[in-house]
Design a protein around this ligand. Structure first.
Ligand code: NAP
Length: 894
């Protein structure tokens, strides 16, 4: 029975009457369980590992289908905790086969004498938290029960095979195999008519080998997947040299990298490269045969931008067409419905070429779905295919299934983990679950896990858990449990991280989309291995933030809170700035600060192309002012947005917010004219305000010459530029024009007092400091003038102003005055759209292509501009960098 093949993996045996008492019970004797046992034992804790398999190996014990091998280079895919172990083992290939990896894990088990504490052929049937004893009580199907203080699930992420979900499986009279539960005996497919259902990593590895054995192979493909050639062979000399040159350094670099493999972070973006340069990079990657290299080293926007991604996806599709001789088959094999890397890409050996064999047929289930499996084969709605063997390569109930499908786990108050996770997994750090004291998940949902080199992530998790247990023992605590606050904060952070990548745009097991009825959500942590490691360390250094520690005879310790409140990329930017130990801007003097800004701007990613950029001069009140005009690539005329840059009325020029202006131009489809208004201290208040007004008037009067549509102009500005934009609207209303159709105020300065809470909450540490704002004000405007509405528009009359979009950032001293302005505008009857951006800082939305989580906010700004100008909403055709987001993802930045 196929279902039985999935569900019944070991014989039932009765539990003995005795109970095995240990400090720690670990489920799973794979990579994670073996290392956990080794470390726990060394820490002086008594341990039992339980595994239903007959030997060690975990995923490598079960997944023994033909062609199974790892797809991370073996130089990177192994334990790194013991250099002596590394020298004692030599991998024979670049990508080791399943039997070799299994031998390696057996070798590790022998070397550290691990088997004596492993109970094989033993399945845990139930685990329950015993409140009275403050211990976990485990029922097993073989041998004594287990009572343990700590319970560690080292069950991997892909250990619960997914049922086939196809009618009639039980009726089939031939042989049925699951790649994830391949038999241990020889499977002879020679001369047989074989079907493989599924073209994920397992299917793609198995298909070429099965094709060589079978009389005929029929592959049933629902979704075409991206596969790259492995070019297997000996491990590449350059990687080996790098490793052997400095083994400790190499391993350490992996630990702090994004994916757990030591490749540098790519900073070149796709639009900085010519077609030929991109092709050259791609061909190099194709020849290298390395998934992580290809995903991380081509260009920086491959993983987070649809268009940067399409460039590589097109090149892969071209390769498929060049390999597969039948054009219809090639077209069917070419993935079309998801970005490259959004679904787990595969590494193959002769996969596409296999379809050139005469004994291989591809069935496209999108065109002819399976109606049923019958006694003799598979019936689609077009034909019946007679078969001797069906191989299901249909995947796993990933991540959560590896915990909930194993056995019922019952925590405090009788709550079962599957009920607690009914709407999606809830964890703190992917390691622990509120309400389940002393339970640890190794590489659980919410940790980098499957988006990383598992070997690196497993060691990090096990080390963290064992170090915590040792620390608990030393401090006299016996129980540790995540708080609800910390867990909820981690869920928000996870959702924020999911905005960094394109996984949300695919139906993939990363999101649970492969299992009917499973709640949707990006389950692994997408913020990177290194940043995650830093967060885990920070939890400890901040007094076990988000954990409740207790013992029967000791006072409870609970330092509650959220570990990350910033957006993940904002956190990286701020950490990087902190590491640079830059001088305070206000200590540099105006000239020094301007030079500093020029230097910072020179290091940022180049802005994206627009239709045309024109530098020009307009006439201000006291002479010429420079401007830079950004014109969309679409046919004009276009509405005009007059833009005022940030810089505290002291710094910057018409070019200094260049990437933001380009972005607004591309997204809104409008002309952006960035004005070079004059700065303090050379020109103090009210020069900037008056220049802003005069420039707007001039631009409105010269709209046709600039290629603009007749009618009102819009104004926009960031920070002090937001102040100028707001003031311009008031002056235009009071001075009889020009007509302003709308105002976009991004983190604007609206008032001259410093007593709102955001000024003290965010006084330091978020780039724009309170001290810097004091300095800007002092240079720009004397205290006596600060109540003038041209300096503090919040103090002006607000009735009759154009509609506004006001964006404020949570970690910005200017947050509350921006909110106050939006509220005051609304009270004055002005239509206002407000975006209070959670986890963002003052520069989040102007750091285009650096703060990726700002994309949805900028999309909303552009929509607001189009609305102000009376244009239809953007359908995605206007901007080549459109980034379609599911609604839940768009909301995440707010
Ligand atoms: P998978 O990636 O989830 O692929 C399952 C395949 O089965 C997909 O093509 C899926 O189509 C198809 N499928 C599922 N249910 C189906 C149904 N009812 N009817 C028709 N088709 C159906 O699973 P996997 O290949 O076992 O790989 C899972 C993960 O394991 C990999 O992504 C990888 O992380 C890991 N893995 C690693 C290696 C390695 O080299 N180290 C090898 C194998 C697996 P849809 O795409 O339409 O859902």
């Amino acid at each position: 029975m196929p279902d039985a093949a999935v569900e019944t993996r070991s014989s039932e045996a009765t539990s003995g009457g005795a109970t095995q008492q240990v400090d720690v019970a670990v489920v799973g004797a794979g990579f994670a369980g073996l290392y956990a046992l080794h470390r726990l034992r060394k820490a002086g804790l008594s341990v039992v590992v339980l595994d239903e398999a007959e030997d060690v190996g975990g995923t490598w014990y079960w997944n023994r289908y033909p062609g199974a091998r790892c797809d991370i280079q073996t130089v990177d895919y192994g334990y790194a905790f013991d250099p002596a172990l590394e020298s004692a083992w030599q991998w024979s290939e670049k990508y080791a086969t399943q039997p070799e990896i299994l031998r390696y894990l057996g070798f590790v088990a022998d070397r550290y004498d691990l088997r004596r504490d492993i109970r094989f052929r033993t399945r845990v049937k139930a685990a329950a938290w015993d409140e009275a004893a403050q211990r976990w009580q485990l029922a097993t199907d073989n041998g004594p029960r287990v009572s343990c203080r700590y319970y560690v699930m080292a069950t991997g992420c892909l250990s619960a095979p997914k049922p086939p979900e196809i009618d009639g499986v039980r009726d089939f009279k031939g042989e049925v195999y699951f790649t994830g539960r391949w038999p241990h005996h020889e499977v002879n497919l020679t001369g047989k008519r074989v079907a493989v259902i599924g073209t994920g990593s397992s299917g793609i590895q198995a298909i070429p080998i099965i094709a060589e054995q079978a009389a005929h192979l029929t592959v049933f493909q629902r979704t075409a997947n991206f596969a790259l050639p492995a070019h297997n062979g000996p491990a590449p000399a350059d990687r080996i040299a790098l490793l052997e040159g400095d083994r400790a350094g190499y391993r350490e670099q992996a630990r702090w990298s994004l994916a757990g493999v030591p490749w540098p972070q790519q900073t070149t973006v796709s639009w900085q490269l010519s077609d030929a340069e991109r092709r050259e990079r791609f061909e190099k990657a194709w020849a290298a045969g390395d998934l992580i290299y290809t995903l991380s080293q081509l260009w920086a926007d491959l993983g987070n931008d649809v268009d940067g991604n399409t460039l590589v996806a097109d090149l892969i599709r071209e390769k498929i067409r060049s390999i597969v001789t039948d054009p219809k088959t090639a077209a069917t094999l070419a993935p079309f419905d998801h970005p490259f890397g959004a679904k787990r890409p595969c590494l193959d050996t002769n996969y596409y070429a296999t379809y050139n064999r005469s004994n291989v047929t591809l069935v496209n289930l999108r065109e002819e779905p399976i109606k049923a499996i019958t006694a003799s084969g598979i019936a689609t709605d077009r034909r019946t295919i007679d078969l001797d063997v069906i191989v299901f390569a249909t995947g796993f109930d990933a991540m959560t299934g590896a915990v909930t499908a194993v056995h019922p786990i019952t925590g405090r108050g009788g709550k079962e983990i599957s009920a607690v996770w009914a709407n999606g997994p809830q964890t703190y750090l992917g390691l622990t679950v509120a309400g389940f004291p002393n339970l640890f998940l190794i590489t659980g949902p919410g940790s980098p896990s499957v988006l990383s080199n598992m070997a690196v992530s497993i060691e990090q998790h096990v080390d963290w858990v064992v170090d915590r247990l040792v620390a608990l023992r030393e401090a006299g605590f016996t129980t540790i449990e995540a708080t609800e606050t910390a867990q909820a904060g981690w869920s928000r952070h996870l959702a924020d991280c999911s905005m960094l990548t394109l996984h949300r745009l695919a139906n993939t097991w990363y999101t649970g989309a492969n299992v009917p009825g499973k709640p949707w959500g990006v389950m692994p942590y997408a913020g990177g291995v290194g940043p995650y490691r830093a967060i885990c360390s920070e939890v400890v250094s901040r007094g076990m933030l988000g954990f409740r520690l207790s013992a029967p005879d000791a006072p409870e310790q609970c330092n509650d809170g959220e570990i990350v409140r910033l957006q993940p990329d904002v956190r990286l930017v701020l950490n990087m700035l902190a590491d640079m130990k830059l001088p305070a801007i206000e200590s540099l003097g105006a000239e020094g600060a301007r030079a500093f800004l020029t230097m910072v701007n020179a290091g940022r990613p180049a802005g994206r192309p627009v239709g045309e950029i024109v530098d020009g001069t307009l006439t201000g009140t006291n002479g010429p002012l420079p401007y830079r005009l950004y014109r969309p690539a679409t046919q004009g005329p276009h509405p005009i947005v007059v833009y005022f840059h940030g810089g505290g009325w002291v710094l910057g020029d018409e070019q200094s917010d260049d990437p933001f202006c380009r972005d607004m131009c591309r997204r809104s489809g409008m002309i952006i004219v960035s004005v070079g208004y004059r700065h303090a201290p050379e020109h103090r208040f009210p020069t900037a305000a008056e220049d802003g007004y005069a420039a707007t008037r001039w631009i409105a009067e010269h709209a046709a010459e600039l290629g603009g549509t007749p009618g009102p102009v819009l104004v926009a500005g960031w920070s002090a530029g937001g102040n100028i934009a707001a003031v311009t609207c008031q002056l235009a209303r009071d001075r009889g024009g020009p007509r302003v159709g709308g105002q976009l105020l991004v983190c604007p300065v609206t008032d001259s007092t410093f007593d709102r809470p955001s000024y003290s909450e965010n006084a330091e540490g978020y780039f724009l400091t309170r001290a810097l704002m004091y300095w800007f004000w002092d240079i720009y405007c004397s205290p006596a003038d600060r109540t003038d509405p041209r300096a503090a528009p919040l103090r002006g009359k607000l009735e009759g102003l154009p509609p506004a979009f006001v964006l404020t950032c949570e970690f910005d001293p200017l947050r509350d005055e921006g909110v106050a302005y939006a509220e005051a505008l609304r009270a004055a009857g002005v239509p206002v759209e407000q975006l209070e951006a959670r986890g963002h800082f003052h520069a989040s939305f102007t750091m285009v292509d650096v703060v990726v989580t700002g994309v949805s906010g900028r999309a909303r700004m552009a929509e607001a501009l189009r609305r102000f100008a009376g244009l239809p909403q953007d359908t995605g055709q206007l901007r080549p960098d459109r980034n379609p987001l599911p609604p839940e993802a768009s909301a995440a930045a707010e």
